[in-house]
Design a protein around this ligand. Structure first.
Ligand code: NAD
Length: 476
């Protein structure tokens, strides 16, 4: 059943409970201190539900449940049987795709067109892909006896809540590990809905445990003595804290961190196609994308033309209700992130850049930001160097390919870049000289379970996706 598109389904509404407990040992359990925190819909600022605040005691309980499952039925199960569970999860996700898409958009603010057509189909695709590896590990690693680490602590961010969960859980289970996963505090809803699905699919208790809470809960998972491997996706700042706290322990880790991708447009590029590529690179998911192309580097001869076409294109974009199928840019994920992006908008102006924002209407309530361009910036500006994580693009020019490469590489990050050109030779040159885990050519933000993904420099350690992602969950 190799099916990317969501299957048809019955559910025509997405049920949200008033409160969600922790998912530990196959059951929903109350947090030990009985505390819950509120979750709001960023498009309306209305409260959606409450999530449990896990304490150290709860984390310990989850790790024990994961250990028990690892040492019990799960570790003696054949890869073929493990694969069957992953296939089942993938199929159930497809069956409930519409419900998951609606919840993802309500909870996180992303346009329904993206959750429906990108996030949820990819979630299923990652489970299908790793399901296929579960009984073929000896072929993936010839000459080795592939052994899982044991209990993995997994911590994920809020920009692709269910997709990041899939990137973490699918390879971990395919290789025979068990997991304790913490979703981000602003977007825990689909992880708990996923827990309901896990329960329905009959996965042995404790193989997947989901604990909700703030950064402190994440830190307790990372530092729990019985965690064998940590997989973290989030900001570079927190990644550095985690790396320091793991130094000197024998825990293995992968870190998927921030980015500041460059889009290098050469004069020979098909310009209209490149402009669409830019729109997708920076305004997809409100720019809350680690690999977002947030810096445009355009060759001088076509700069005026590209900038004008880009400005014209921005005027056609619809910013608003994430649940409306026509929406291009939804809500900024949280009040905190809304304030961060606004701070960068002011900072860019203070640094002397020219700001251009589309003149579109935006709703009165909720956290919305018009698509924004900064021109007249220099390489040392903070808006060029730092990850804004919002719908904000900086624009610079270059003359030669070498200058383009130098500017593209001149930030602390190295997650993804893109190049637009008609010449294959330039694609190869840029691909080998730009220091990032991904270089897209004449496209951007394309994901596939077979492709490894990860960062150079301060964008991270290790790879997820493809066989590299599988290797990240077995002992060397
Ligand atoms: P964040 O680092 O603030 O939080 C990420 C997760 O870590 C959350 O679940 C949070 O609760 C938890 N956390 C916070 N402090 C912690 C601590 N001290 N110890 C352990 N866990 C802790 O990041 P965010 O704002 O949620 O996400 C945005 C960031 O994630 C961006 O920088 C983005 O580039 C990055 N990201 C990277 C990738 C990638 O694959 N490289 C993918 C998506 C997002």
């Amino acid at each position: 059943v190799w099916e990317y598109a969501p299957a048809p389904q019955d559910a025509d509404f997405a049920e949200v409970k008033e409160q969600y407990d922790l998912f530990i040992g196959g059951k929903f359990v109350e947090p030990s201190k009985g505390r819950y925190f509120k979750s709001t819909n960023p498009a309306t600022e209305e409260e959606i539900t409450e999530f449990a605040e896990a304490t150290q005691k709860d984390v310990d309980k989850a790790v024990k449940a994961a250990r028990k499952a690892y040492e019990g039925e799960w570790s003696s199960m054949s890869g073929k049987e493990r694969g069957k569970y992953l296939y089942r999860i993938a199929r159930m996700l497809q069956e409930r795709a519409r419900e998951f898409a609606v919840l993802e958009s309500m909870d996180g603010g992303k346009p329904i067109r993206e959750s429906r057509d990108v996030d949820i189909p990819l979630v299923a695709a990652y489970f299908f892909y790793y399901a296929g590896w579960a009984d073929k590990l000896e072929y993936a690693f010839p000459g080795k006896k592939p052994e899982p680490y044991g209990v993995c602590g997994q911590i994920i961010p809020w920009n692709f809540p269910l997709l990041m969960l899939a990137w973490k859980i699918a390879p971990a289970l395919a290789t025979g590990n068990t997991v304790v996963l913490k979703p981000a505090e602003t977007t825990s809803l689909t992880a708990l809905k996923f827990a309901e699905l896990v329960k329905d699919c009959g996965l042995p208790d404790g193989v997947i445990n989901i604990v909700t809470g703030a950064g402190q809960t994440g830190s307790e998972i990372v530092n729990h003595k019985d965690i064998d491997k940590v997989a973290f996706t989030g900001s570079t700042n927190v990644g550095k804290i985690i790396q320091k706290s793991l130094a000197g322990t024998d825990k293995k880790y992968t870190l998927e961190l921030g980015g500041k991708g460059a889009l290098v447009i050469f004069e020979d590029a098909p310009i209209d196609q490149a402009v669409e590529g830019i729109i997708n690179a920076i305004y997809f998911n409100q720019g809350h994308v680690c690999c977002a192309g947030s810096r445009l580097l355009v060759q001088e001869g076509v700069a005026d033309k590209v900038i004008q076409k880009l400005k014209d294109r921005l005027e056609t974009m619809i910013v608003g209700d994430p649940l409306d199928k026509n929406t291009d840019i939804g809500a900024i994920n949280s009040k905190e992130q809304f304030e961060t992006v606004n701070k960068y908008l002011e900072m860019g102006v203070d640094e002397g850049a020219d700001i251009y924002q589309a003149k579109c209407d935006i709703p009165e309530n909720g956290y919305f930001i018009r698509p924004t361009l900064f021109t007249n910036v220099s390489q040392s500006n903070r808006v060029v160097q730092e990850e804004i994580f919002g719908p904000v693009l900086t624009v610079q020019t270059f003359r030669t390919a070498d200058e383009g490469i130098e500017k593209a590489n001149n930030t602390p990050y190295g997650l993804a870049n893109g190049v637009w050109t008609d010449k294959g030779s330039k694609i190869f040159k840029m691909g080998s000289k730009m220091r990032s885990g991904v270089v897209w050519a004449n496209t951007y933000n394309k994901f596939d379970p077979t492709s490894p993904f990860g960062g150079y420099k301060e964008s991270g350690v290790g790879r997820e996706g493809g066989m590299h992602g599988l290797a990240a969950y077995i002992k060397n």
